[in-house]
Design a protein. Structure first.
Lengths: 308, 275
């Protein structure tokens, strides 16, 4: 036994360490690769069907250009993303930044509006929701109005956004905020009401004040579900931003779609749609990573359903 | 008026209930009387089990004593003071896990100290001492979801002990545990109780548990909950649950409880609409 232990110690963790590390990396990489493979397969199946329709002549390539066409002429389409000065009279359409940089700028503009809108809406929503539950007067004064405004379609706010903020980033961000805020306030109130009574009672028996109960118990307890609400609203934010951009913000993916519509350019439409899809996918992925980091206590996955 | 007199009860009595009643949703059509006319005196360091059929109001009494709910009638006193609000002197331990999932074990245990603004170093030290008493010092930095059900309840007990309570209120704390774990937890609780010197009010619907733990067993009637009788258990600890005396007590309590359960069932059937 002694000798065996000696040998094991001599062999030590040192020679074994790289192998262990490699194994750990591998065991993490394999499931990731598997998931990536399924994603590619899922999208490939959809694209394949489309290509098939085109090959059989069911899909008119002028109206529904299949992926190999609209992705094939990226370089051709990308220059339309240069929307900054194209509309000015006497300016050469090819002037300005290169097509690749134009695409990047456009994506950045739309993404920035979504992120800004989401950030403002979630901070405001949590603040309002907590205030409504914390102060009886806030509930009396605010809740009826919020409940009244929640079902109003964000599109109805579009003229208001333009009246108030004109053209630029502000109306688009305003649209995102207004589309999400009221729902998120109501979600926050619901979450506060659903906090486990025991947690609140434990804090009360330990002598917590009302403020301490809100700051130390209720807010951490509602964060996980609010993050899920935020993730679900992410897609809503993207839709609203496109609507706002399509009606004259001056730049962004929505405007490119509008341009494609006005110039009858289906390839550009589908290229932009593909771009938006990829962005939404990446956003959701990023949000899930953030969720895992900052909400470490929330169990992951849907293991229960797997067993069915 | 009793309430206008100053300290009518001794500062040595852990809990004194006088004619305590509780009606939920009083004044509404959904009003229902949970407790009526409870008179109970609990001495310092006494271990009391509250036994009764489900829904008889024993948990309600615990919440009233904790100060988490207001009684609809009567008075509750603790160490010479009227119970009007929750206090760290009276710690409540729940049936289900009530640990904060976002805090580590030691942060959970020292939560009460952090409310008072104690420094992190002092809190960690206090948490370590409390966790040693429940035999979980090595789990300091774990998170609640990494612990088993029994360990979580021990952490909850440690958290209560860290507040140095004089009364421990326990609402069926071991009901969600398996039989073996529960037996272990009962032993552990008796150790903690002896070393802390606190009084314990322990709600249970397990007759065995009441006989194994309590100095006195308070048997409740079914709704509205009243005290049917108080059975003293004068057996030395550690108790042999298979001794003749324990067997006799179990029989007695079973008989008392059966009457109440039967009555509760009969009432439910009388009130339920004919199908």
């Amino acid at each position: 036994m002694q000798v065996g232990g000696e040998i094991a110690r001599a062999a030590g963790p040192h020679p074994a360490a790289p192998a262990v590390l490699r194994w750990q990396l591998l065991s993490r990489a394999v499931p990731f690769a598997e998931r990536a493979m399924w994603s590619v397969l899922s999208i490939g199946m959809f694209a394949g069907l489309w290509e098939l329709c085109w090959a059989f002549g069911w899909a008119d390539p002028k109206l529904l250009p299949p992926p190999h066409i609209f992705i094939g002429n990226i370089a051709e389409q990308a220059k339309f993303f240069n929307t900054v000065n194209r509309w000015e009279i006497g300016v050469d359409p090819n002037a300005g930044p290169s097509p690749a940089i134009s695409v990047f700028n456009t994506v950045l503009a739309s993404t920035g509006r979504v992120v800004a809108g989401l950030a403002i809406a979630s901070v405001l929503a949590v603040a309002l929701g907590v205030a409504i539950r914390y102060f009886k007067m806030c509930e009396r004064l605010l809740q009826p109005t919020i409940t009244l405004l929640a079902p109003v379609s964000p599109v109805a706010w579009l003229p208001v956004a333009i009246f108030l903020f004109g053209i630029g980033n502000k109306p688009a961000v305003f649209m995102v905020v207004v589309a999400l805020l009221f729902h998120m306030v109501l979600a926050t109130i619901n979450q506060i009401d659903a906090v486990n009574r025991n947690l609140i009672n434990v804090a009360r028996t330990m002598g917590a004040t009302k403020r301490q109960i809100y700051v130390r118990v209720i807010i951490p307890a509602i964060l996980p579900n609010l993050f899920v609400v935020l993730r679900l609203n992410l897609f809503g934010a993207w839709m609203v931003v496109l609507i706002a951009e399509a009606t004259g913000v001056g730049s962004g993916l929505g405007q490119v779609i509008m341009l494609a519509r006005n110039t009858f350019n289906p390839s550009l439409v589908f290229f932009t749609i593909a771009l938006i899809g990829v962005l939404g996918f990446l956003f959701d992925f990023a949000m899930r990573q953030i969720q895992r980091r900052i909400l470490y206590w929330v169990p992951q996955g849907s293991e229960v359903l797997r067993g069915l | 008026m009793v309430s206008e007199r100053i300290r009518p009860f001794s500062t040595k009595d852990s809990v004194v209930c006088r004619n305590v009643g509780k009606t939920w949703n009083a004044g509404t059509p959904r009003a229902h009387e949970a407790l009526r006319g409870i008179d109970l005196d609990i001495g310092q360091g006494e271990f009391i089990a509250l036994l009764g059929p489900s829904g008889c109001g024993k948990s309600t009494l615990l919440y009233l004593v904790a100060g988490l709910e207001e009684s609809s009638g009567g008075e509750i006193w603790s160490f010479g003071d009227r119970v009007e609000a929750p206090s760290p002197e009276r710690s409540l331990i729940f049936q289900e896990t009530s640990l904060f999932p976002w805090l580590s074990v030691w942060q959970n245990v020292s939560f009460g100290l952090s409310l008072r603004g104690t420094s992190a170093g002092a809190r960690r030290e206090a948490a370590q001492i409390a966790l040693q008493r429940v035999g979980l010092a090595e789990a300091m930095d774990k998170r609640p979801d990494e612990l088993s059900g029994g360990m979580r309840q021990r952490v909850a007990v440690a958290r209560a002990l860290a507040m140095r309570p004089r009364v421990l209120l326990m609402d069926e704390p071991f009901a969600a545990l398996d039989v073996q774990t529960r037996a272990k937890m009962q032993e552990f609780l008796l150790d903690v109780w002896r070393s802390s010197g606190a009084s314990v009010l322990f709600v249970t619907h397990h007759i065995d548990e009441a006989v194994a733990l309590a100095d006195r067993v308070v048997v409740f009637t079914s709704r509205p909950g009243r005290i049917k009788t108080i059975v003293p258990i004068d057996l030395p600890r550690p108790r042999d649950l298979f001794s003749r005396e324990a067997e006799a007590l179990r029989m007695e309590l079973t008989g008392l409880l059966r009457d109440e359960v039967n009555r509760a069932f009969a009432e439910q059937e009388a009130f339920s609409p004919a199908l």
